[in-house]
Write a protein of this length. Structure first.
Lengths: 244, 418
């Protein structure tokens, strides 16, 4: 999909990968709506993108709150038009330091599912109907290698991301006839606050710059042949240089 | 656009035609996955004093919606379900949907005197960012609009505070200034809000709730008043004919070879309880017809394929655009009111709710079906307990129905039916 003159909705956009994706999409000519819970950092991030010449709007909302979804989608479509690119990036790890499953409160698992799985489902359901009618659009669900590998203490997050991966595949199967693409993307380990919360003693020099990962994800959105619908892509191994 | 219909749209039901128009029951020997309901004799003899009531409830699930199919060419009525729509239409038909999402257009607040007041936005902002709105006095949707006390009479410059719950921070309140008052009614005004853009939208979505009426029995959530393909939030009441159309049905239409197209039409308020204002409804409504949709309508017309509008809003947008000569598509405003005397230029059939005589939607249907057939459909719907209103059942008016022809009554798939 050509990104120029599209409308994008990015969740978890106040910092980290979401912030970088919003900036990259705006730089490529998309009108971007940025969503995060905290209005202050989100407004500042949107202002930075506008200062760089992009079109960016901020909507403070919690994607884990079912009452927030229709207002969020309605405001976004009013601001930038029907959404062409939906990036379900917002995630919660749950309480940190991360805990063994035997020490995980049931409510914390429920919250991880609400934000990381049900929230993206609700938002996709509201946004992708319009995409399907128009025969145009892409949904990108941010995954994790924790969806595949059984890392101790990552249980709640891992279960939510594994379910999101499978949901992405079924979305892709159902939406293919309406020419709407759905991708699951594992961005790899990045130098973000979420990573620091999860693994405080990580060697930051080994972590990827979120902006470099965002550039790869934007390339995936553009290059349908290399990132066909239903694919689960791992950003660090996605060959993008030839495209840029 | 001037279009000659390939076949007469409205054959007058004359006595001479009656033998030919009599419904033909499908032969019992034809294989069927499930028995098709028989065609209903027309006109249906329902005495006026028969003690039947219109259904006034709500269909909670889109898939439960019934559909009364009215063949306007052959004068047939068929009891079907919304899920049967793909089988009733023909490959090549062009179905045009209204993709407007529904705003939470009702906001409660205080008039300058402190008296309670409700505003119902009547459409999206027009020129100079002013929002048309209708004022209501004390009370809420539980009360019939015609029973509501009139609002305080307001003049340009007066300010209304909205969403001003006790204990809320001052910054939470939204202020609207009366910019103008309509000569039609002092309750029809234009509003200037104290903010614009993303901040105004955030306030409207925080304080607003869907417009609804006293025939409902519970608060409607915002998600209850959206179609499954909604995009831009232009409508102040749900474009309700599209609500029963699940993606199971829409995908079924595409697989059948029915083309889908869309426009955005700012469906307005259906009732205000103010006699002068209600007489003026529908107010002029904004629409936007994508270029691709205008082309699709052109192609369908050129190839003799039918255009089926989902909802009276789509009829008004397409016919309004046809009358304005705006056939490359684009944005416009229409105050078109259609009735039995109207010449229909673009639309061949319509999917709509169940409408009673006296309603403007019923009069609009007069442009698609002769009075006797409309009357028969209404009596039949009433006798069979079809549900009225925005969360009710559907009618399809179309010249020729695939499901009504014994020759094409192939076995129907049943596996995917929820």
């Amino acid at each position: 999909m050509h990104i120029r003159d599209t409308s994008s909705l990015v969740t978890g956009a106040s910092r980290g990968l979401g912030r970088a994706l919003a900036g990259r999409l705006a730089a490529a000519g998309s009108r971007v709506v940025m969503v995060a819970r905290e209005a202050g950092p989100l407004e500042r991030a949107a202002a930075e993108i506008r200062a760089a010449g992009g079109t960016a709007h901020a909507i403070a909302a919690d994607v884990g709150d079912k009452h927030a979804i229709h207002p969020l989608a309605g405001q976004a479509a009013a601001l930038v038009g029907p959404i062409d690119i939906l990036i379900n990036n917002a995630s919660t790890l749950g309480p940190t330091p991360l805990r063994l499953l035997l020490d995980t409160e049931c409510e914390d698992l429920e919250r991880a599912l609400a934000v990381n799985l049900v929230g993206p489902f609700r938002l996709s359901k509201v946004v992708a109907g319009s995409m399907a009618l128009r025969g145009r659009g892409i949904v990108v669900n941010l995954s994790s290698d924790a969806a595949v590998e059984p890392y101790a203490t990552w249980g709640a997050y891992a279960a939510s991301k594994a379910a999101l991966d499978q949901l992405s595949r079924v979305w892709a199967a159902e939406l293919a006839e309406h020419r709407v693409r759905v991708l699951a993307v594992d961005p790899g380990e990045m130098d973000t606050r979420m990573h620091a919360d999860a693994i405080p003693d990580a060697d930051r020099s080994t972590l990827a710059d979120p902006d470099a990962v965002a550039r790869r994800i934007v390339a995936m959105i553009e290059a349908e042949q290399l990132a066909p619908t239903g694919a689960r892509l791992v950003a660090p191994s996605f060959e993008v240089e030839a495209l840029l | 656009m001037t279009r000659a219909h390939p076949t007469p749209l409205r054959p007058p039901p004359t006595a001479a035609q009656e033998p030919r128009d009599r419904p033909i029951s499908p032969p019992a020997s034809l294989p069927r996955a499930r028995p098709a309901p028989p065609a209903i004799p027309w006109p249906l003899p329902v005495p006026d004093d028969r003690p039947v009531q219109w259904g006034r409830g709500a269909r909670e699930e889109r898939g439960d919606v019934r559909l009364l199919a009215v063949d306007t060419r052959h004068g047939r009525l068929l009891d079907r379900a919304a899920a049967d729509l793909p089988e009733l239409l023909l490959p090549g038909d062009l179905v045009v949907l209204n993709d407007a999402a529904t705003l939470p257009a009702s906001l409660s607040g205080r008039a300058p005197s402190g008296a309670p007041i409700e505003i119902r936005l009547a459409g999206p902002a027009g020129e100079r960012g002013r929002w048309p709105a209708v004022l209501f006095g004390a009370g809420d949707w539980h009360m019939r609009t015609e029973d509501r006390p009139p609002p305080e009479r307001l003049a340009p410059g007066d300010r209304i505070r909205l969403g001003d719950e006790p204990g809320a921070a001052d910054r939470d309140a939204l202020t609207a200034e009366i910019a103008s008052v309509s000569p039609i009614s002092p309750r029809l005004v234009e509003l200037d809000f104290d903010r614009a853009g993303a901040r105004l939208l955030a306030a409207l979505y925080r304080h607003g709730r869907p417009v609804q009426y006293s025939h409902q029995d519970r608060d409607l959530a915002l998600w209850s008043v959206q179609t499954a393909f909604a995009g831009p939030p232009w409508a102040v009441e749900m474009p309700s004919a599209g609500r029963p159309l699940s993606w199971q049905i829409l995908a079924g239409l595409r697989r059948r070879g029915v083309e889908l197209a869309w426009l955005t039409h700012a469906a307005g308020l259906s009732s205000t309880g103010d006699a002068a204002l209600d007489a003026a409804l529908p107010l002029p409504e904004q629409y936007d017809i994508p270029r691709a949709t205008a082309h699709a309508v052109h192609r369908a017309a050129a190839e003799g394929r039918r255009v089926i509008a989902v909802g009276t809003t789509v009829v008004r947008a397409l016919e309004g655009a046809a009358r304005s000569g705006r056939w490359a598509g684009g944005a416009g405003t229409t105050d078109l009111v259609l009735d039995a005397g109207s010449v229909i230029r673009v639309v061949d059939g319509v999917v709509t709710g169940v409408h009673a005589p006296g309603e403007s939607h019923y009069r609009l249907l007069g442009a698609f079906a002769p009075p006797a057939l409309l009357d028969a459909a209404w009596r039949h719907a009433r006798a069979r307990g079809y549900l009225q209103h925005e969360l009710g059942d559907l009618c399809l008016f179309a010249p020729g129905l695939a499901g009504a022809e014994p020759a094409v009554s192939a076995p129907r798939p049943t596996a995917a039916r929820p």
